[in-house]
Design a protein around this ligand. Structure first.
Ligand code: SF4
Ligand code: SF4
Length: 416
């Protein structure tokens, strides 16, 4: 059944020079531009319970994943970390570099920067305020500038459709490697315009980036927890550059995704870990479908990064315009219920068409929680309860383990 159209969102074409696209938003999908939120609650949680990088808050499972990765994944991931290390080092210092040119009087740098970023290959580029409420506690003193340039680079389409598979991981991590290089060049360009630029690496995250992408109008938050951008859906990889250039901020947009996801639910139905939830909840002042981390992590770690929630999303697969046009014409979700959209092969478990899911034992979802030191103490408490006070040798080993962890210290690197 066709639907009345409330609004038509006009967005730039996929590549520079492409015609603009028009995305119809059906009347029954309309909510608010961006995401429904309660600003006072967002501010409260940010102040009292500041966001922290998973690489600091969840070091126990971040270490554990390396024990269950496949050999191929381990080898590739180590290579990736070696390749991005120099990029992260440069990004960390980028905010200290002085401009190399002088601003042209009366010239607005916004479209120059957008044009340059698009020409370099970033498919979605937007401007907003750097919202410190979303900056990780570990990086609050690092961030320097008030304007945020949100940059999304498309991950290869064909490779993404192989999810879950190493081929898709080459695309995932490979895209981050390309972005790291592009960011250095774009920051140089901003400095040549006469302004400063700080690179927020996609491999060393400084903040929850999605809220700022939503604020910049580059998409909306999907039920899969990812940014659904107009051209690439959740196939967009994200990073930011912040700057003191006086750029004009974009505005959030209602693409209809907030309600569309409640009608679609394909990612929720197809998630092998049953980690995605049907209903929205209010979380830290924002209304969203909140992913259950402990159900996702064991699947991602053992099955080549999983990512089924990316692959089966119709917005990723077909693009937002065809999906929304189909909804307006029929009231249906394009591809929903078909193996073409919903089917996937899950390594040794085989093929799962629409309506069928892999099964896992309860033990499969056991994983260490909290930080490395939390986890060491947790196991120590368990040892005391089950076997009494350990020997002097065991106590020394425990103390050495804690000391090694403390010496290693916290790091946001590898957060991607
Ligand atoms: S990565 Fe896999 S397990 Fe995690 S939410 Fe997505 S589909 Fe579910
Ligand atoms: S699969 Fe459907 S419900 Fe999930 S994020 Fe994509 S559009 Fe939303």
């Amino acid at each position: 059944m066709s639907k009345p159209v409330y609004n038509v969102v006009k967005r730039p074409g996929r590549a520079p020079g492409d015609a603009d696209i028009e995305i119809p938003v059906a009347e029954d999908l309309v909510t608010v531009p961006g995401v429904p939120k309660r600003d006072a609650d967002v501010a409260f949680y940010s102040r009292e319970y500041p966001l922290q990088s998973q690489n600091i808050e969840k070091t126990a499972d971040r270490d554990w994943v390396w024990t269950v990765y496949t050999d191929e994944f381990t080898k590739y991931r180590k290579g990736h970390e070696g390749r991005v290390q120099p990029l992260i080092d440069k990004a960390l210092l980028s905010g200290d570099l002085e401009p190399t040119g002088a601003p042209e009087p009366g010239v607005d740098p916004t479209e120059k920067i957008r044009g340059k970023a698009r020409e370099m290959g970033f498919g979605e580029v937007g401007f907003t305020r750097l919202d410190r409420k979303y900056v990780f506690a570990a990086k609050k003193r690092w961030v320097k500038f008030e304007h945020s340039i949100c940059l999304a680079l498309e991950q290869d389409y064909e490779q993404t459709q192989t999810i879950p598979d190493m081929e898709a991981e080459y695309a995932h991590y490979g895209t981050y490697e390309i972005m790291g290089e592009l960011a250095l060049a774009l920051a140089d360009y901003i400095r040549a315009l006469g302004y400063r630029a700080q690179i927020h690496s996609p491999n060393d995250n400084s903040a929850a980036y999605i809220p700022m992408f939503v604020e910049a109008g580059l998409g909306q938050l999907g039920a899969n927890g990812q940014l659904l951008s107009p051209h690439f859906g959740s196939r967009a990889r994200l990073m930011m550059i912040t700057t003191d250039a006086p750029v004009i901020h974009d505005k959030p947009i209602d693409y209809g995704i907030q309600t569309f996801c409640q009608k679609c639910q394909v990612c929720v139905n197809r998630c092998p870990g049953r980690a995605l939830v049907r209903d929205k909840v209010w979380w830290r002042g924002v209304e969203k479908n909140k992913l259950i981390y402990d159900r996702c992590r064991p699947v991602m770690a053992r099955y080549d990064g999983c990512g089924v929630c990316i692959k089966v999303c119709p917005v990723q697969r077909y693009g937002m315009k065809p999906v929304m046009e189909h909804y307006v014409a029929t009231g249906d979700v394009l591809g929903k219920g078909t193996d073409n959209l919903e089917g996937y092969t899950f390594m040794e478990k085989g093929y799962f068409g629409s309506g069928k899911l892999p099964q896992f034992d309860h033990d499969f979802f056991d994983l260490p929680h909290g930080t490395r030191e939390d986890w060491l103490f947790e196991r120590f408490k368990q040892r005391l309860t089950e076997d009494g006070v350990p020997s002097a040798d065991e106590l020394t080993k425990f103390a050495e383990g804690v000391k090694t962890v403390l010496d290693k210290g916290p790091s946001t690197r590898g957060d991607e």
